[in-house]
Design a protein around this ligand. Structure first.
Ligand code: NAP
Length: 621
């Protein structure tokens, strides 16, 4: 046993069961030091305690890891660690699938969120597999910022002993596609680590590419096992379906539940400049459950009017047969539920450039045209491209071959199961705008807005969002949200009310106009009255000549906000990622500096420390 202890001051001694202690003992004598450290971390994970040497406190293990049997670590076996940097849960899910696929081949891997990973352990890794999502305009997920800062900083160690592979997730409609994964991949190579395989970049329809990558990586790991003849799998590993690891219900992203629409109301009042809806769905008999902070995946259908317009513009037969997910379908069905037909991707541009034989489009596809291409795609949906660059005689299948599969959309859940059993509520802002004199509607928000019939149903699944869950009942919470970003706070407060949580709570809410856009006004006021919500600050941006935003309210209440932080409050930010979240971050930094007596660096460190301790949580896009 002593071999498993390290001199690290962080080794606080995880509590293991007797069986686990016996397993550790048996293994200990045959392991070298690195293997021993890895195994101690592994068992620490099993005991749900802080893994001794590798993970920081609050370490979170991927689904399935806690239920693994003892690792089959044998002398000479390379140790495998799988890290994920996840924003919406896809990378985490794939990390779990990779671990399962490795396990099926007798390779035990430790799985961790980079947010919980002790970066100093990097140099002790042997085989390091990373699944990294890119968020917003090319950034790593919020929770991965510290990991990236360390990895790309001067303190990052040389890693000549480490082998690695990176799977990057992203969205090709963005200019900095998969840039987080690319950064990790390039940096690890720069630090001297050896690539096991080339990085694979996956678009929003990542499943097939990811499965292939997983199979190939596990094949490589098997091949490099000292006792292996390398021919056991030859890369052809049975991979569990992505998404099959986290949801105990029979319903998942791949098999969504058809939820009945119970209610679909416009929340915004007369005269509002926007339409925000409250949608209630039934989860009865689905077995689906969720926690406040989680998201609901909605599988939408495209606007039938847009489908008809496209078919007409292309002079195609609505019943022509095309292939969707390897199955035959009519063109109408394919364009309704199979493919994205609004925003175009760079791949569609390339595809259409050839079909339309357009030099202008071809020029836009050049590698040096990223900015121009992004600007063009911003202004030109699929419909606008085929309209402006006709391709006479194009066939149905030629057209759909350039489109990408229709993706589900995630919405923050606005209810708590404790308060509304068997239900899930959403707060949805219907996206409507005009482009080239044509009225457009957001794919999922428009679809949901149209579900007003009594027997309407919608395919849904639950996407867990560990980074945005509530703290302990007695911890104070500060909730900051603008527009529909208020949704998860309704879930938080319902849950806290039901549980009789005694932690204080304070909501900062911003919208356009008090009269028409004070979402859930009556509910907040009732909560204030019954004492479950302690404070409410409102910022209505369009009621006065000068704009007022949530961050202005935060600054104005700076002294009290700082006092709450000092009392251990957790801060939540939900809503727009591009402008609001950075502005709120600046306001928090400023008020911490002012009221805590820090310089700017000190205030930033204060916030970074909160983030590391899961007390500063963002759910923004
Ligand atoms: P919205 O109308 O876009 O904005 C709501 C309020 O925020 C308005 O009063 C707006 O003011 C104000 N605002 C504008 N710029 C701001 C800034 N820099 N800082 C603070 N407030 C600012 O609201 P919405 O249509 O409901 O959309 C909300 C946003 O949240 C969307 O971007 C949505 O995608 C996002 N969202 C994200 C999540 C998530 O990540 N889980 C959940 C829900 C919503 P003015 O318009 O008057 O300038």
């Amino acid at each position: 046993m002593t071999a498993l202890k390290t001199s690290s001051p962080e080794l606080t001694g995880p509590i293991l069961t007797t069986t686990q202690l016996e397993q550790v003992s048996r293994l200990a004598s045959s392991l070298n030091q690195q293997q021993a450290i890895w195994v101690s971390g592994y068992f620490a994970g099993l005991s749900q305690q802080a893994p001794a040497a590798l993970l920081a406190p609050d370490a979170m293990l991927a689904p399935g890891v806690g239920s693994h049997e003892a690792p089959a670590a044998v002398p000479g076996t390379r140790l495998t660690t799988i890290l994920y940097a996840s924003e919406t849960g896809n990378s985490k899910e794939l990390a779990g699938s990779l671990a399962d696929a490795a396990k099926a081949e007798g390779i035990e891997a430790k799985v961790a969120d980079v947010a919980d990973y002790k970066v100093r352990s990097l140099k002790d890794e042997q085989d390091l597999l990373i699944v990294a999502a890119t968020h917003g305009e090319g950034d790593p997920p919020q929770t991965a910022l510290d990991f990236f800062e360390f990895l790309e900083g001067r303190k990052a160690p040389k890693l000549p002993e480490v082998r690695f592979a990176v799977l990057a997730l992203g969205d090709s409609t963005y200019e900095h596609y998969c840039s987080a994964g690319r950064r990790v991949d390039e940096r690890l190579a720069e630090l001297g680590a050896e690539r096991i395989a080339e990085r694979v970049d996956c678009d929003v329809d990542y499943e097939d590419d990811a499965e292939e990558w997983i199979a190939s990586i596990v094949g490589q790991l098997v091949a490099s096992r000292p006792e292996s003849d390398g021919a056991a799998t030859n890369g052809a590993v049975a991979v569990p379906a992505a998404g099959g690891v986290s949801t105990p219900s029979a319903f998942s992203k791949k098999n969504p539940f058809s939820a009945e629409v119970i209610d679909n109301l416009v929340l915004t009042g007369r005269g509002s400049t926007k339409e925000t809806r409250h949608v209630e769905l039934s989860l009865e008999d689905s077995g689906l459950d969720y926690q406040p902070g989680d998201a609901l995946g909605v599988v939408p259908q495209n606007d039938p009017a847009l489908v008809s317009t496209l078919i007409e513009k292309l002079s195609l037969d609505a019943e022509a047969e095309v292939t969707v997910k390897k199955e035959p379908a009519s063109l109408t069905d394919a364009l309704t539920g199979g493919f994205e037909i609004t925003a175009a991707t760079p791949r569609f541009l390339e595809h259409w450039a050839e079909l339309a034989d357009s030099a202008e489009l071809r020029a836009l596809c050049g590698t040096d045209q990223a900015k121009e291409r992004t600007a063009f795609l911003h202004d030109h949906h699929v419909l606008d491209i085929i309209d402006r660059f006709p391709a006479p005689g194009v066939e149905a299948e030629q057209f759909t071959a350039g489109l990408r599969p229709l993706q589900p959309r995630l919405y923050s859940i606005a209810s708590s199961l404790a308060a509304a059993p068997d239900e899930v509520h959403l707060t949805v802002s219907t996206v409507r705008y005009s482009l080239h004199d044509l009225e457009r509607t957001g794919v999922a928000s428009g679809y949901l807005a149209g579900l007003t019939d009594e027997d309407a149903t919608v395919p849904v699944y639950v996407q867990s969002n560990d980074h945005f869950h509530l703290p302990d009942d007695d911890a104070p919470i500060l909730m900051i949200g603008a527009g529909t970003g208020v949704a998860p706070y309704r879930a938080f407060m319902q849950e806290r009310e039901e549980r009789g949580a005694d932690g204080k709570s304070w909501l900062f809410f911003g919208e356009r106009n008090f009269r028409s856009d004070f979402l859930y006004q009556v509910e907040w006021q009732a909560m204030l009255k019954n004492g479950s919500l302690d404070r409410l600050d409102l910022a209505f941006s369009r009621d006065a000549a000068e704009k007022v935003y949530v961050q202005d309210r935060l600054r104005a209440r700076g002294r009290d906000v700082y006092a709450w932080l000092e009392e251990g409050a957790s801060v939540y930010v939900c809503g727009d990622a591009t402008y609001m979240a950075p502005d709120v971050n600046t306001a928090l930094t400023d008020l911490i500096a002012e009221h805590g007596g820090f310089d700017e660096d000190g205030a930033q460190e204060y916030l970074a420390d909160m983030r590391r301790n899961h007390r500063y949580r963002l759910d923004v896009y």
